[in-house]
Structures are given as structure tokens and as C-alpha cells.
Write a protein that binds this ligand. Structure first.
Ligand SMILES: CC(C)(COP(=O)(O)OP(=O)(O)OC[C@H]1O[C@@H](n2cnc3c(N)ncnc32)[C@H](O)[C@@H]1OP(=O)(O)O)[C@@H](O)C(=O)NCCC(=O)NCCS
Length: 143
């Protein structure tokens, strides 16, 4: 099941999956604590195993009026490829739609582009490098 969680709760998944080998401070994202930011967790037997966060941040590449940015999308390694990521994105999308989102965008790691394409997201522009992490693409979906 998916439910809303705090920014700090996401760290137990952010750290091993998205910031492996890096200090816990690297798990803080700018805007994590804003009222307009929401964090979601997927729980199995009471254990948090997947996370997604939605920030009310627009990208100037798009002209949509009410944009949201998906960030910190991660599922613990032993639980990947079982549909949990898909459920998390659907839940976060629905929540953003309730807040009148007309576009969701994010910086996708190259290895995750296929996952997002299955969920209806498109690549925008050329790949770019994020230091210490690797190649990324901007991806988006309009509503
Ligand atoms: C990317 C990630 C969030 C996907 O979550 P998941 O729970 O493994 O994905 P799901 O099982 O919901 O996958 C949904 C569909 O996408 C496919 N898929 C999953 N990961 C994929 C990938 N990396 N590339 C291509 N397709 C992928 C699945 O096979 C499934 O397809 P199907 O419905 O035809 O079977 C997860 O694998 C992860 O945490 N990866 C490491 C961290 C990461 O890269 N995060 C994204 C940062 S932008």
C-alpha cells in the first residue's frame, strides 16, 4: 500500500538506492520540507520499500501553468520489477492531478528511461550529465 510519509522517512530508501556510499546529508533535497512538497511510501508488512516525492517546481522548458517535478523515485533492490514503482508513480500522479497539475516532469537517470516510457512519459531534449550520478534526460507527461 502507498501512503504519504515525511521527508526524513524517505532517507532509509533514498540512501541505499539513490545515494549509495554517500553520507545521509546527501539525501536531503532542496524543498523537501515545503508544504507544497509531498512524499509517498510503499509499505509491505509495515516496512518501507519504495518511495517517490512530488515537488511543486516548474521547468522553464515547458509553458504549462501548473507543473510538478517528480523526484527521489526508488525501490529497494530486492523488490524491483514487481510493479511497486509503477504504483508509486500512479499514486503521486493522482495526488498532483488533485492539485490541478497539467504537467509532470523530472530528470530521469538514463537506466530508468524505459521504466518511465512504459508509464507514458516522453523524453524532452538531449541527455545531460549530473555530477557524481551520470547521464540524465528530462522527461514529461501532460494532463
Ligand atoms: C526505476 C525503479 C524506480 C522502477 O521501479 P520498479 O518497481 O522496479 O518498476 P516496476 O516493476 O513498477 O516496472 C514497471 C514496468 O517498467 C519496467 N521497468 C522497470 N525498470 C525498468 C528499467 N530500468 N528500464 C526499463 N524498463 C523498466 C518493468 O519491467 C515493468 O514493465 P512491465 O509492466 O512490462 O512488466 C526502480 O527499479 C529503482 O529504484 N531503480 C534504481 C533507482 C533509480 O534508477 N531510480 C530512478 C531515478 S530517475
Amino acid at each position: 500500500m502507498v501512503k504519504e510519509i515525511s521527508a526524513t522517512e524517505t532517507f532509509s530508501v533514498r540512501q541505499p538506492v539513490l545515494r549509495a556510499g554517500k553520507p545521509i546529508e546527501s539525501c536531503h533535497f532542496d524543498g523537501d520540507q515545503l508544504d507544497s512538497t509531498k512524499h509517498f511510501g510503499y509499505f509491505e508488512n509495515g516496512n518501507l520499500i519504495g518511495i517517490a516525492s512530488m515537488f511543486a517546481i516548474p521547468n522553464t522548458a515547458f509553458d504549462s501553468a501548473n507543473q510538478f517535478q517528480l523526484r527521489g523515485m526508488a525501490v529497494l533492490p530486492n523488490h524491483q520489477k514487481k510493479g511497486i514503482g509503477e504504483q508509486l508513480v500512479a499514486y503521486a500522479e493522482n495526488d498532483a492531478k488533485k492539485r490541478n497539475a497539467d504537467l509532470i516532469w523530472f530528470n530521469a537517470r538514463e537506466i530508468a528511461v524505459g521504466f518511465y516510457q512504459k508509464l507514458g512519459y516522453e523524453i524532452f531534449g538531449k541527455p545531460f550529465e549530473i555530477a557524481d550520478i551520470g547521464p540524465h534526460y528530462i522527461m514529461f507527461k501532460r494532463f
